[in-house]
Design a protein around this ligand. Structure first.
Ligand SMILES: NC(=O)c1ccc[n+]([C@@H]2O[C@H](COP(=O)([O-])OP(=O)(O)OC[C@H]3O[C@@H](n4cnc5c(N)ncnc54)[C@H](O)[C@@H]3O)[C@@H](O)[C@H]2O)c1
Length: 261
């Protein structure tokens, strides 16, 4: 079947496209025939995404943009003009317990991970509303529902993304614009690579997941591409967990005599 997704000829903006999941989304959308604008504050990283695209015979246009800077985002929106798809993936983590996190660190995480998603939506969604169609896909996390020790503001920011997306789905649904989240579990990307350098971590993480492996960015990107396509035309306000089953394993963490495997 050719072009099952029906994305050929569409256009997309992907934030955080210089690395990891955002880069994976930009490449996967380009492979599906989408004209992609790759946004990131890191120009060196953007060059790597363009190179990777070129090596695969794909064209991706890079735009330096900081999602915490309203002017930078609105300038990017003028450059791209109206697009059909917005993927919000730019994000950071910051370690630290909540009683210790400084207000500056708390604010920085929320500014990028939550307010940044709103700022880009405010810049790119009005043109979708005007056209009567569009798809917003926000990268959240299983951290939005599962507290994680030492995660600082991260989990709170991702919980905010979950409701931001549902709120957008409610508000923009009548205009034909859909909004959904994808919640990855453990994904090996530059953000998390340092963990895997510690001895035994990769093996233990693989073993903790029912599908027995940590995700690659492409695992997340394929679901983003589906949600961005008309194949998901009746899906809005939804979240798809993409974690190899990891979030279902809570009951396996406690002893249960007589039921040991
Ligand atoms: N890696 C994981 O295990 C994992 C799991 C769940 C969710 N996520 C989420 O997926 C998204 C992507 O994470 P990743 O693992 O690919 O991280 P990554 O660090 O590899 O990539 C994030 C990109 O965002 C960019 N960025 C950061 N702040 C920015 C800003 N202010 N403006 C523009 N660009 C900015 C960075 O330059 C970087 O290129 C994040 O929202 C993250 O929270 C990641």
């Amino acid at each position: 079947m050719t072009d099952w997704l029906g994305l050929s000829g569409r256009s997309a903006v992907v934030t955080g496209a210089g690395s990891g999941i955002g880069q994976g989304c930009a490449l996967a959308l380009a492979r599906a025939g989408v004209t992609v604008w790759a946004l990131d504050r890191d120009e060196t990283a953007l060059a790597a995404t363009s190179q990777e695209a070129a090596a695969g015979g794909l064209a991706i246009t890079s735009l330096a943009c900081d999602v915490t800077d309203v002017h930078s985002v609105s300038t990017a929106a003028v450059t791209t003009g109206a697009v059909d798809i917005l993927v919000n993936a730019a994000g950071i983590g910051h370690p630290g317990a909540l009683l210790d996190v400084s207000s500056d660190d708390w604010q920085r995480v929320l500014d990028i991970n939550l307010t940044g998603y709103l700022t880009t939506t405010q810049a790119f969604a009005p043109a979708m509303v005007e056209r009567g169609s569009g798809a917003l896909v926000h990268i959240a996390s299983i951290s939005s529902r599962n507290p994680q020790p030492g995660s600082g503001a991260y989990s709170a920011s991702k919980a905010g993304v979950a409701l931001l997306s549902q709120q957008l789905a409610y508000e923009l649904g009548p205009s034909g614009v859909r909004s959904n989240t994808v919640s990855p579990g453990l994904v090996r990307t530059p953000m998390t690579e340092a963990y895997y350098q510690a001895p035994g971590v990769a093996e233990r993480r693989d073993a903790a997941i029912p599908l027995r492996r940590v995700a690659h960015a492409e695992d997340i990107a394929d679901v983003v591409v589906f949600l961005a396509s008309d194949r998901a035309r009746y899906v809005t306000g939804a979240d798809i967990t993409v974690d190899g089953g990891f979030a279902t394993t809570l009951m396996g963490t406690v002893p249960r005599p007589g039921y040991d495997r």
